[in-house]
Design a protein around this ligand. Structure first.
Ligand SMILES: [Fe+2]
Length: 495
């Protein structure tokens, strides 16, 4: 029995060992397979990531890092408080579309048509207040934002992202520039003088004259991005009042008009938070590329009183989304009147026409005081700018066309493409920006595909955040304080 049982046990033990060894082999091979598959997946992902980056962005690195300056405690508490008082006096802050719609000159390059009888525009064209359909002035910014998902790499539908592109502006009166003791004090600060000397005196000239062109306060509410962009370019004979915005940017990025380019500087001072808690609690870093679109991404944490100064026409820059995980309200149609209005008790209403769509506290707003201006050789030089003869639009378009033919972007002997197609080719050729985001995730917002192919929306829905249903809060909240005047009005004189 013992022998039998011994001999009977042997095959079991051999079998067990064989199984164990098979398991080991299978286990090893499985682990190897997993490892190989993971490496392949990572390589492919990396490859796709880089490929997409290359397709969506630009790898140009500047020969020299563009100068930029950050000044801690640039503005003192008293001045910050005084500017914050302006918020409550001004009460209404509107989108860039309304804030900067003054004195527009040529707004299109020939693609413009009238909206149809239902007020609709053809594909790719957007309606203006006057009922015309154009390629929007900052089409370059929107295109990049929707394709990449912005600086947080959002994977969101077109409709959702449309509710995350709002920043609100209050333009300070023109005489504020000349008469404000706040600006006068800032302009005298040694670090500011040094910054402006560097930004404005780059051609070895003896002296320079800085002419501020615009001073405003910017409010950004939770859930909003400040998409990456170049500021409008300024040239002798061309600017945003004489040609569409994107052309002024392409004139800068192409380098074809450097001989006529006017240096510019933009300064931002943060006003949010408090003296004891100066860092903005909802994030929203300032992101910029001083080495060019192919260079390293830099970030600045927005801090109360801090100044950030650079040439925004030369350095791509933007703001990371505020309160990234906040569920933003559906802001409704983009052609309506969007704004934020102060009520009382530090409460603001975000409004769309007569609808209150969201409410926000002052402490949740990212607040900044911004001024930008141009660098001239002297005051006389600056004064002669407005009467300088305009470069005809056709001349600008011809120069771009010739350059694109030289680069092989357009066929040499073919006529210029129709205006809409020409504008899109021009934007694609000259204004690409870095596609990366602060989380270094896939720089392609695949959710945007469902704008073109709506049937894909359901399939993509588990991977894409969609917009909330539109909700009017008028019945749930006290009525909005009345405002005098129409859309253009930015305050009630009697209040
Ligand atoms: Fe800017």
């Amino acid at each position: 029995m013992p022998a039998k049982s011994k001999s009977a046990k042997k095959p079991e033990s051999v079998k067990a060992e064989t199984i164990k060894s098979k398991n080991e082999i299978t286990g090893t091979s499985f682990a190897v397979k997993i490892a190989v598959a993971s490496v392949l997946f990572l390589l492919l992902k990396n490859f796709a990531h880089r490929g997409i980056e290359k397709a969506l962005g630009e790898s140009r690195v500047y020969e020299k890092t563009e100068p930029f300056f950050t000044i801690d405690n640039f503005m003192d508490e008293e001045d910050i408080d005084e500017l914050r008082q302006f918020l409550y006096k001004k009460r209404r802050f509107v989108t860039g579309l309304d804030a900067f719609s003054d004195d527009r000159g040529i707004e299109h390059i020939g693609e413009g048509v009238e909206a149809d009888e239902n007020g609709n525009c053809p594909k790719d064209l957007y309606r203006t207040e006057q009922g015309n359909c154009f390629i929007p002035g900052r089409f370059d910014i929107g295109k990049h934002f929707f394709l990449t998902g912005g600086l947080t790499g959002a994977k969101e539908t077109y409709e959702k992202l449309l509710s995350s592109i709002y920043a609100y502006y209050g333009i300070l009166p023109k005489d504020f520039i000349e008469t404000s003791p706040i600006l006068e004090r800032l302009f005298k600060r040694p670090q500011y003088v040094e910054a402006m000397d560097t930004l404005c005196r780059n051609h070895g000239q003896e002296d320079y004259y800085f002419k501020p062109t615009q001073v405003n306060i910017v409010l950004v509410t939770p859930g909003q991005d400040l998409p990456l962009h170049y500021d409008n370019g300024w040239f002798w004979g061309a600017n945003r009042f004489t040609i569409p915005d994107y052309l002024t940017v392409a004139m800068t990025t192409s380098g074809l008009w450097d001989h006529l380019k006017i240096r510019q500087a933009q300064s931002v001072v943060y006003l949010h938070g408090s003296k004891d808690d100066p860092i903005f609690k909802h994030g929203g870093n300032y992101v910029f590329y001083p080495d060019g679109p192919g260079g390293e991404m830099r970030q600045i944490v927005p801090k109360r009183g801090m100044g950030v100064i650079m040439d925004g026409g030369q350095i791509p820059h933007g703001g990371q989304r505020i309160a990234e995980h906040y569920t933003v309200a559906n802001h409704g149609g983009k052609d309506q009147f969007h704004r934020v209005e102060y009520q009382s008790n530090d409460t603001w209403y975000i409004m769309n026409d007569d609808d209150i769509i969201s409410t926000v506290k002052t402490e949740d707003l990212r607040l900044s005081f911004v001024w930008r201006g141009l660098c001239f050789d002297s005051k006389e030089h600056a004064d002669s700018y407005d009467s300088y003869p305009e470069i005809p639009l056709e001349e600008i378009l011809n120069t771009f066309e010739a350059d694109m033919k030289k680069r092989g972007v357009l066929p040499k002997n073919a006529p210029r493409p129709p205006p809409k197609e020409f504008a899109h080719t021009l934007i694609k050729t000259y204004i690409s920006m870095p596609p990366q985001n602060v989380h270094n995730t896939l720089p392609f917002n695949y959710c945007i595909i469902s704008k073109e192919y709506p049937w894909l929306k359901t399939i993509l829905s588990p991977f894409c955040e969609d917009v909330q249903p539109y909700k009017r809060l008028n019945d749930e909240l006290p009525p909005a304080r009345p405002f005098c005047g129409g859309r253009k009005s930015t305050n009630c004189p009697e209040e």
